[in-house]
Design a protein around this ligand. Structure first.
Ligand code: GL7
Length: 777
């Protein structure tokens, strides 16, 4: 027995008083995790004298850490062997909750970046918030979404270390709190580099007011504590929308200020008050506008506490900060009401004004009279525009897929691009193949490694060598057998979680992502109904049996998104309850889609639904995960889909719908009412929202959805995501995939070519581009 196993036994004995055979899953999880932590303690130190990059992000959607950490440390097999010897396995850790401190793509991207940087020896640390409650847990009640708190800490947090000595104070107008960091090791594959994810927890300056307590004023005694803890209490469940709330601004300032203070403290320890090397030692990437208040805060710290003048401070800030834009959706670009800002962090506001003046001067120097042009105001109409501030004060602004960056330059941010074109650059997103292939699909990983070796685990471009196997009959058969195996595993999981039976011989067509109008789950619903009616009417006779799977959380306040969930659940009830559909078609909406569910769903997919309105999905990242696991994309020319098809070949995917240009030119003539009137297929499916086919339980949700398509809300046009414009081409494409699936060998070839060409979409490639082109590390 080696050191690791000994340590597990010892921890079980000392912490829980149990033997390995008597321990439950949670105790084993804790002991195995702590033993692994123990093994890396020596390697977890910041090497001196190197520039470090800091990823400031309000979200890190890490998912379950135990398996990935054990894998990266090279302990996964040993742990599993140990557990098996005691009648258990790492699969038992599935009951341990995910670490869901993020909403969706933006937070998961941050997690993939940390994994990639550590794997490739890039010094990158994450800085964020240790939310007490992560993204809500979802369940359905009569087809309606319900939410529960995500109490992720109830299994303990063996992967974090509280660093009392590094606590700092953060000051607001109405309170001062202690920010206490919890550090998590970010372990690169092979365990050579260990970076840090530092998450801040908000606490009161003094735990408890004993004076009040003694006077029996219990409520007031704990009130202060509660008010402090409130700041890091819960993640805002909004995805691609701006919360615009006071508490949200507090959260942003809280972690921005704490992170900057922590970096400054480190730097001062090495250099004293000489700031000349600061920008050579730190780069800070702002993940969306959420941490942008870091810019005036750094100015404040440098000027007020260290006596620098504005020009010196600004020059440092500009060299340190870089900004990533993740969306062009107007409703997601953060703007803070000046009054609110002043009431929360009045001490920071003067620095916003200085930046505004600095901008005016900079524009003047370029011969532009910014004062005449609204887009150049940082403070405009009583609101502070955080994206504008980031573009002006940072040296780099990047989009997250080629088309997204083009849209930023040509449309969304064109005035800024005109002034500072050199600041704009693209960094197409990526995903880590360690979690999204090696860990979630050991069967396909084994298949690949047998044929081309395991170099792909750290250099995904190696997958190119797999391409010739797409023409090898035996390889294709093996691939199909693995896909079936993954479907069986998913079926068992779905049976246990949802109580629904899936048939592994069906085509698996999957759309999993946050529920949002622009992602067009409603269009998918319409196409399913269209097929359903065609099957019922006997118009469609050669349909290959298909299960349409959905997973999506709706922001709790997003009424329409919740209506779409209810509608899909009604469709599922109808289709699955119809004896005519037995063996032909099934619709399943799984509950509480999260990282761990994704790890089961994605490897089992034949078809990846990526159907956003062209120009709306900045990049998407699940599209890359499906591709890597050998699914074909049924999608629009939007976000990274464009680059996926470019890599894997249009002939191996199923592209449909209007392009960005076509959407733009349809804008003035598009008439959903007329389409409904003139096209009986469209009319029939859309009418199910209002003709009594389905019940929304008397909520009026379906009528509201109908109206959103036909008349629009007062502030925008009807069907602003052009569902009905793309309806026919989408349905055609869906049937094209379905027919293609009958020729299993030809379909397997397409799937394999998708996997073989996924190399570009490794977050290893992305993070190296950030490191080289933005941070200089
Ligand atoms: C997002 C984009 O919507 C998504 O397309 C992108 O892949 C992701 C990561 O860059 O960022 N922007 C955003 O606000 N959220 C996203 O997922 C929540």
């Amino acid at each position: 027995m080696d050191r690791f196993e000994e340590k597990i036994g010892e921890l079980l004995r000392l912490d829980f008083g149990v033997t390995p055979d008597g321990a439950d899953a949670k105790q084993l999880y804790t002991a195995v995790s702590q033993a692994a932590m123990d093994s890396l303690r020596d390697g977890w130190k910041k090497p001196a004298g190197k520039k470090r990059a800091c990823y400031f992000s309000a979200e890190f959607l890490m998912g379950r850490l135990v398996n990935s950490n054990l894998m990266n440390l090279g302990l996964l097999e040993e742990a599993d062997r140990y557990l098996k010897a005691h009648g258990r396995s790492v699969a038992d850790f599935e009951q341990i909750e995910d670490d869901a401190l993020g909403n969706g793509g933006l937070g998961r991207l941050a997690a993939c970046f940390l994994d990639s940087a550590a794997t490739h020896g890039i010094p990158l640390d994450g800085y964020g918030i240790r939310y007490r409650y992560g993204l809500f847990r979802q369940y359905f009640e009569d087809g309606f979404q319900r939410e529960r708190a995500d109490d992720w800490l109830r299994f303990g947090d063996p992967w974090s270390v509280r660093r009392e000595e590094d606590a700092v104070e953060v000051r607001f107008a109405d309170q001062t709190v202690r920010a206490v960091p919890y550090d998590m090791p970010v372990i690169g594959y092979g365990g050579k580099t260990i970076n840090t994810l530092r998450l801040w927890q908000s606490e009161p300056l003094s735990a408890f007011d004993f004076d009040l307590f003694n006077r029996q004023e219990y409520d007031r005694a704990v009130a202060e504590k509660n008010r402090a803890e409130e700041i890091s209490y819960v993640l805002y469940p909004n995805d691609d929308t701006d919360a615009g709330k006071r508490l949200r601004l507090k959260q942003q300032y809280f972690f921005s200020s704490a992170s900057l203070q922590s970096i400054l403290r480190e730097y001062l320890g090495r250099h004293g008050e000489d700031f000349s090397a600061f920008a050579d030692e730190y780069a800070v990437q702002l993940n969306d506008t959420h941490p942008t208040v870091s810019i005036p805060e750094l100015l404040r710290l440098l000027m007020e506490e260290h006596g620098l003048c504005y020009d010196e401070a600004f020059s440092i800030a500009q060299r340190v900060f870089a900004y990533t834009n993740h969306t062009i959706m107007a409703e997601a670009l953060e703007k803070w009401d000046v009054g609110l800002f002043l009431s929360v962090i009045p001490e920071v506001y003067p620095y916003v004004v200085m930046l505004q003046n600095g901008l005016k001067q900079a524009l003047h120097n370029k011969g532009i009279n910014g004062a005449d042009q609204i887009p150049y105001y940082l403070v405009d109409d009583g609101r502070i525009h955080m994206a504008r501030m980031a573009i002006f004060a940072a040296h780099s602004t990047n989009g997250v897929a080629r088309i997204h960056t083009e849209i930023l330059k040509e449309t969304a941010l064109r005035e800024w691009y005109a002034v500072w074109p050199e600041r704009f650059n693209n960094k197409t997103n990526g995903i880590t193949q360690r979690r999204w292939l090696a860990l979630c699909n050991p069967e396909l990983s084994g298949f690949i490694t047998e044929r081309i070796g395991d170099g792909w685990i750290t250099e995904l471009d190696e997958l190119k060598k797999l391409a010739p196997y797409a023409d090898d009959e035996r390889a294709r058969e093996r691939f199909l057998a693995i896909k079936r195996e993954k479907k069986c595993q998913l079926a068992a999981y779905v049976k246990a979680r949802e109580g629904v039976e899936l048939n592994p011989d069906f085509l698996f067509d999957i759309q999993v992502k946050r529920l949002h109008e622009y992602k067009r789950q409603l269009l998918n619903a319409f196409s399913i109904l269209d097929i359903y009616f065609a099957l019922k009417d006997g118009r469609l006779t050669d349909f290959y049996p298909t299960v349409f799977l959905f997973g999506a959380k709706a922001a709790p306040g997003y009424y329409r998104a919740k209506g779409i969930i209810k509608y899909l659940n009604e469709i599922a009830k109808r289709v699955n309850g119809d004896p005519d559909m037995k063996g032909r078609m099934q619709v399943v909406f799984v509950q509480n889609y999260d990282v761990s569910y994704a790890e089961k769903l994605i490897p089992a997919a034949d078809v990846s639904e990526q159907i956003s309105t062209a120009g709306t999905e900045a990049s998407g990242t699940s599209n890359m995960k499906f591709m890597l696991n050998g699914a074909v994309t049924l999608g629009t020319l939007d976000g990274a889909n464009i680059e996926i098809v470019e890599q894997a070949g249009a002939e191996n995917n199923f592209i449909f719908g209007a392009t960005v240009e076509e959407i733009a030119s349809a804008a003035s003539t598009y008439d959903p009412k007329a389409l409904c009137r003139d096209n009986p297929r469209i009319r029939r499916v859309v009418d199910t929202l209002v003709d009594g086919t389905f019940s929304d339980g008397g909520t009026g949700m379906f009528r509201e959805l109908y109206d959103s398509l036909m008349t629009g809300a007062s502030w925008h046009r009807p069907d602003q995501y052009y569902l009905l414009l793309d309806f026919e081409s989408y349905c055609d494409a869906k049937l094209r995939v379905n027919r293609a699936y009958r020729d299993r060998a030809a379909f397997a070839r397409k799937c394999l070519l998708n996997t073989a060409n996924a190399g570009k979409f490794s977050s290893d490639r992305t993070i190296r581009e950030y490191a080289r082109e933005i941070w200089g590390v």
